[in-house]
Design a protein around this ligand. Structure first.
Ligand code: PLP
Length: 452
């Protein structure tokens, strides 16, 4: 039997990230300001350091990873690639299944891959504090960790309902030295406005973003940090796919299909874009973003300019969107509850160069439990979406007899999501219908932009 784990040496940690823009057939649609005109770098300089702004607009294929960032990466990278021998046997499929495991990071997901360089470039720019938002807590943990490594203070606006329901994610952030507030707070204008309307507000990601951005805009020593969606975030995450390609080469294999869960698109871009480079050079790997049927941004959304946050403070980005004020149903894959998507992923999907599918919640937990029973690792609810899609493909291979090689990104572990598994076991978990009426309404509020 071939190896179950395929390891790289620390010296094999990539020295450069891969920028997909270099291989896209068309240049990315630019972000627009409130006047409908493309924004310049200076519009972002109030909240981001110049090094990240340069990466945001770069078309250079390879971008160097600074040595201090590689040094922190060594704490958990290279992450292992697994051959899922036992899952293959359980499914009785002729397909070969591989998964890249990002749950080995201290925070338990892929998110520290970008939190680390973001903290580094801010430190280099003389910034002392970072502000950010977190929903379920994955991103807040990643930035708290990275801030600690580079000696930056981190303030996290955590959506109030999660602050109350996920106390251990909050404790993790505090362990790494972050200051965690339940959003909405009375410390920002945005927060006070919401509390004035509804003193018992549960909060939302959109509100928390508004609070974090307001704080960064108002203080010279503070910048803002975002955990997904933006081009520089996807750039940093390509370390996942670059390592995977080396590992598959060691195994003497190459994928026919690559799956990843897709919320804002960062772990999907991270594993898929380095294979997109091969497609641009003539290969034909199917790259599949997997999203929830209750928040079907790519598969049912509209490709249009829209705001990144709920209130309309961010620049307009051309992306698949369900409308910036769409409130997704309360599924347990909190990281996939976002109305929009990365502009890069959106453009490639619009041009037919990548694929997307949507899967319902209960089926994702069923897949996650099957996976745990075969492979041991208990996946994050977000990751279960990719596992569902991969298992379905492996079962199709069983029918057709095809020997495909399948790869998915296991973006994180589910150790802090066991309450969601409990609900699945007790039969309380629901499959939300496609929220057609709510989406129809929020789509009407997508701003009308005259595109030149
Ligand atoms: C945040 C998160 C996601 C979704 O975010 P992307 O930016 O789409 O990658 C997926 N899986 C896990 C474990 C997460 O924490």
């Amino acid at each position: 039997m071939s190896n179950t784990k395929i390891f790289l040496d620390e010296s094999d940690i990539p020295k450069q990230w891969y920028n997909v823009v270099a291989d896209m057939p068309n240049p990315p649609a630019p972000p627009l300001g409130p006047d409908g005109k493309p924004i310049g770098p200076e519009a972002l300089a109030a909240i981001f350091p110049m090094a990240l702004i340069e990466q945001e607009v770069s078309a250079q294929r390879w971008i160097d990873i600074p040595e201090p960032v590689r040094e922190i990466y060594r704490l958990w990278r290279p992450s292992p690639l697994y051959r899922a021998h036992r899952l293959e046997q359980m499914l009785e499929t002729p397909a070969k299944i591989y998964y890249k495991y990002e749950g080995v990071s201290p925070a338990g997901s892929h998110k520290p891959n970008t939190a680390t360089p973001q903290a580094y470039y801010n430190k280099e720019a003389g910034i002392k504090r970072l502000s950010t938002e977190t929903g379920a807590g994955q991103w807040g943990c990643a930035l708290a960790l990275a801030g600690q490594m580079f000696g930056l203070d981190v303030r996290v606006y955590m959506v109030k309902i999660s602050y109350d329901q996920k106390p251990f994610r909050r404790s993790m952030m505090q362990t790494w030295g972050a200051d965690v507030l339940a959003s909405p707070t009375d410390q920002t204008e945005a927060g006070r406005k919401i509390l004035g309307q509804d003193p018992d507000s549960d909060g939302s990601l959109g509100i928390a973003i508004s609070e974090a951005v307001e704080e960064a805009t108002g203080r010279d020593d503070t910048n803002y940090s975002l955990g997904s969606v933006l081009n520089h975030v996807l750039l940093h995450q390509t370390i996942i796919g670059l390592e995977t390609k080396k590992q598959l080469e060691m195994a003497g294999d190459y994928p026919d299909v690559v799956f990843a869960p897709c919320g804002g698109g960062s772990n999907f871009g991270g594993i898929a874009f380095p294979f997109f480079a091969d497609n641009a050079a003539g290969k034909n790997v199917r790259l599949v973003a997997v999203e929830p049927t209750s928040c079907p941004t790519l598969t049912k959304g509209k490709y249009a300019y829209d705001f990144g946050d709920a209130i309309g403070m961010t620049p307009l980005m051309k992306m698949y969107t369900l409308g910036h004020d769409f409130m997704p149903p309360g599924i347990h894959a909190g990281g996939l509850r976002y109305h929009g998507d990365s502009a890069l992923v959106s453009q490639l999907y619009n041009e037919g160069l990548i694929d997307a599918i949507a899967v319902p919640q209960i089926a994702t937990f069923e897949a996650g439990v099957m996976f745990s029973k075969a492979e041991g690792i208990i996946p994050a609810p977000e990751s279960n979406h990719a596992i569902r899609a991969c298992i379905d493909e492996a079962l199709a291979c069983k029918k057709s007899g095809e020997v495909k090689t399948l790869l998915f990104n296991l973006s994180g572990h589910g150790h802090f999501d066991m309450a969601a598994y409990d609900r699945y076991f007790s039969g309380e978990l629901e499959d939300f219908d496609y929220p057609e009426e709510a989406i129809r309404k929020s789509m009407q509020n997508i701003p009308k932009v005259a595109e030149s």
